[in-house]
Design a protein around this ligand. Sequence first.
Ligand code: PMP
Length: 399
Amino acid sequence: MNTRQSLLDHCAAHLGTLRAEGRYRDFAQLEKLAGRFPRYRWHPAGGAPREITVWSANDYLGMGTHAAVRQAARDAAEAHGAGAGGTRNISGTSPLHAALEAELADWHGKPAALLFGSGYQANQAALSSLLAALPGMEVFSDTMNHASMIDGMRRSPARRHIWRHNDLAHLEALLAAADPATPKVIACESVYSMEGDVAPLHAICDLAERFGAITYLDEVHAVGLYGAQGAGIAERDGAAARIDIIEGTLAKGIGVYGGYIAGEAALVDYVRSVAGGLIFTTALPPTVTAAALASIRQIRADAALRTRLAERAAALKAALDANGLPRLPSESHIVPIPVPGADRCRAVARRLLEDFSLYVTPINYPTVPRGTERLRLCATPFHDDAMIGELIKALKEVI
Ligand code: PMP
């Protein structure tokens, strides 16, 4: 067996299939322009750079370029340098990590929090370790849960039951059919990233209580954006005390990088003590840690950006509706526009970029099921009426 040749042949064939199905991913090179968000500079392959408006950034509040956040990163780089220099256990824990974990715990109203290299790592490490903790564990997972949650569940011995998206009658039926004696975890998101809809948290917690399950909530698309202090949907709905583990990212609403969990001290300490995805990897750099801390403090103290975000999301939806453009019934700042067909969806996004200087990400299989391809628009506080107007005009031409 010539392994190298076989592998090269396999990779080439697979990439060919992706291209043929319109699913090959090109990464557009986009340069964020601090102080001008959501304006970016696009660097087309072989062409001259051009300024564009980005409609698909996950830096939902523009905190990545907020003056206080940039300053905190600069100060930390000057004081402590670029990298953490070790895992959390091997010289990599600084007072900044401790301060950020304390801030996250307090924000979510939980006794403890733990940082990870990313939201993906947080989900994978926390779910894989908690779901292996007791014999015979079973996990109940919404069908739209993110790949990182699925990865964490699959790395555990827990039996997985999948309930139809936000269908609590189905969840209830699955719980009722399970052995009452087994330990159970209900895992879901709050704001779903590809739909923009929101889970009914109290109803899920009611079921958890009735069937003796604990709750694990991914608030990645909600932290910074919802609730009186921006802690997420659990805060907004007054449900935080009923959620056992809240998982979040520092990379979207907070605008920086990294992930975390917050919850009961013993659960968090257990994950800290056993999860490979925490133990064997380098701690977050000081620049990132300081910037995230500054961002969260700013978000907690000032609701103006999230208030403006809600208003801008409503304005975007109203403009789409008034112009007869299709959209999924989102309840959040994420506004998906259905453009079925991978080729068509990609072509529409390409035209928006090339002909109208608007960047909108096409979402294809396997991120969403085939036939439900879509453009994923994210409103931010900085998309003004003129930008919405340009977008609508372009969409009317290309869809
Ligand atoms: N959970 C959900 C629901 C996500 O959409 C994502 C990433 N897009 C993650 C977790 C992973 O977060 P991060 O980008 O910080 O790795």
